[in-house]
Design a binder for this molecule. Structure first.
Ligand SMILES: Cc1cc2nc3c(=O)[nH]c(=O)nc-3n(C[C@H](O)[C@H](O)[C@H](O)COP(=O)(O)OP(=O)(O)OC[C@H]3O[C@@H](n4cnc5c(N)ncnc54)[C@H](O)[C@@H]3O)c2cc1C
Length: 510
């Protein structure tokens, strides 16, 4: 086993959207930072398995950190996406009442939003609802024009890459196993890839944050996985709605109800469900929930048909509230009162994506108060994403192909992704090279055929580019090898030759 022995000022455990946002905020200062992430890439926990909604902040109880950071996050989100080259669209949200009894709940939601200082909320009646969404079933709605959508995985990747470019270190495939104190000033963090030392630890391990806290001797937190399943609809269904469409939330459920979410890439999501489960790695899609999702969506949008569904997936909420209680508890973002310099982020469930930047700023403020951090004057907030060939005009496309012929080869036919984009994704600054890393960076394999056409072509590109033995190519890192039984042409020929000789000896023809 390779032993890494680095001394860092600050170690962040967990490369989700929150850990990566913290790394970026900290890279504005002259400090040695590292992010330790157990997976092969950043964002593979809850951060790539959500609705991708930039919430406005009317769902959260006034006075909570959730409400404060959601509203702040919403207001600064467009700038953040602009700096990082991440897509963002303010498409607005409708919370739709289907029965008269729900009208008072819309009023309550609006009042809560007003108390949280959410801008431009209004209750609209049937006519306006029909004008905004002609295909929808409902009688009135709370309209929030400030609600937006983004790409949660691209944002996480972009935060990480920008932090990396500004000096932060990322250790992927690095699982924290134990934490101890060397003396009063240092932590020793033991991982599957050796030991690290640091003056501060930031516990941003999402659903596993209670276990990480326990490694440091902090026993007061417990987290409960609460699964949300989704259907993804084909892009050809995208014309059916223009806004995010939510039901009126039910008290105590701990979710916002099954909603219809147009994604930034032109699909519609149906979900998520809301179900406490026992295992923290159970991302199943289950038949009863899949049926329930379809029925709920159909009640709002009868045009939807099961033939529009191209895939299902699920994400796990890191709930502090046990199922017997239900509802939401507030984010915990605090330095431990028993372990000095150990900062816990606990229960960062929705709207954690929206609130990631304000959460990160809160963490930096906690450290800054103790340390008076020195600014990194060379911090560059900007990061360029991979250029999307399909979104360019015809002239630009021609010029790009002239510049680099790899733009002239479409690898993913559904999403129209070129070889050049695959190569750029493979050459990412974090060094992640599995198929899922390519998928999240380019959208290749995310279309109607779900990789049926392009997956093997992408594997071939990876093989060539990294000079890999095909057996080394993985779906999502670790031991997710795809071609265990692969034989090269040479091996195949040798084996055929051997068989031929044997059969000749036995007097048989192959
Ligand atoms: C169904 C669903 C829908 C949601 N929709 C929205 C939405 O529309 N808008 C919104 O604002 N929010 C939404 N959220 C919430 C949002 O997704 C989360 O708040 C956010 O992603 C949390 O990010 P995180 O970085 O804290 O956690 P994660 O993304 O889970 O990151 C934690 C990381 O820690 C790593 N880790 C864990 N243990 C270890 C270890 N021992 N060593 C090293 N690494 C470790 C994990 O691999 C993981 O990458 C939704 C959540 C769910 C589940």
């Amino acid at each position: 086993m390779k032993t890494i022995n680095h001394d860092f000022h600050i170690i962040i455990i967990g490369g989700g959207v929150v850990g990566c946002a913290i790394a970026r905020e900290l890279s504005k200062y002259k400090i040695k930072i590292a992010v330790l992430e157990k997976e092969d890439d950043v964002g593979w926990g809850t951060s790539c398995r959500n609705s991708g909604v930039v919430h406005a902040g009317f769902n959260n109880r006034p006075g909570t950190l959730m409400a404060k950071f959601c509203v702040e996050g919403n207001k600064s989100f467009e700038d953040l996406c602009h700096q990082l080259g991440v897509p963002y669209k303010k498409i607005g949200k409708l919370v739709v009442a289907q029965k008269k009894e729900e009208l008072k709940d819309l009023q309550k939601l609006k009042q809560q939003g007003d108390a949280n200082r959410v801008d431009n909320l209004q209750i609209i009646g049937l006519n306006e609802l029909k004008r905004l969404e002609p295909n929808l079933v409902g009688i009135a709605a709370l309209y929030s024009p400030e609600t937006a959508i983004t790409s949660p995985y691209l944002l996480t990747i972009a935060l990480a890459e920008n932090a990396l470019n500004n000096g932060a270190s990322f250790f992927l495939n690095t699982e924290v196993k134990d934490i101890s104190r060397l003396d009063n000033s240092y932590f020793k963090i033991s991982t599957n890839r050796g030991e690290f030392t640091s003056s501060y630890v930031i516990n941003s391990a999402g659903l596993y944050a209670d276990r990480i806290a326990r490694m440091a001797g902090i026993k007061k937190f417990s987290l409960y996985p609460c699964r949300g399943e989704y259907h993804i609809l084909d892009k050809k269904a995208s014309w059916m709605i223009n806004h995010l469409v939510y039901p009126v939330p039910q008290d105590g459920t701990g979710g916002l109800g099954v909603h219809l979410t147009p994604t930034i890439d032109g699909n519609i999501l149906i979900g998520p469900s809301n179900e406490y489960i026992n295992r923290r790695n159970d991302f199943s899609s289950t038949f009863p929930i899949m049926k329930m999702l379809s029925a709920e969506a159909y009640s709002f949008l009868p045009l939807i048909s099961s033939g529009d569904i191209i895939r299902s997936y699920s994400g796990l909420r890191a709930k502090q509230v046990p199922s017997s209680v239900g509802g939401f508890w507030d984010f915990v973002i605090e330095e431990s009162d028993t372990v000095n310099n150990f900062i816990n982020l606990i229960g960062i469930e929705s709207p954690g994506l929206t609130a990631a930047q304000p959460i990160a700023q809160r963490v930096v403020n906690i450290i800054n108060k103790k340390e008076r951090l020195n600014s990194n004057f060379s911090f560059n907030p900007f990061r360029k994403g991979i250029l999307k060939f399909e979104e360019q005009d015809e002239e630009t496309k021609k010029a790009l192909i002239k510049q680099d012929s790899n733009y002239g080869e479409i690898v993913c036919r559904c999403e129209k992704i070129t070889k050049k984009e695959i190569l750029e994704a493979a050459n990412n600054p974090l060094g992640a090279k599995s198929l899922i890393s390519i998928k999240y960076r380019t959208r290749a394999m995310m279309g109607r055929c779900q990789g049926g056409y392009c997956q093997t072509r992408i594997m071939e590109i990876l093989r060539e580019y990294f000079e890999l033995d095909p057996k080394e190519i993985t779906l999502k890192g670790n031991d997710s090898y795809l071609l265990n039984g692969y034989r090269s042409n040479k091996e195949n020929n040798q084996s055929c030759q051997k068989k031929k000789l044997l059969s000749l000896e036995e007097g048989l023809l192959v």
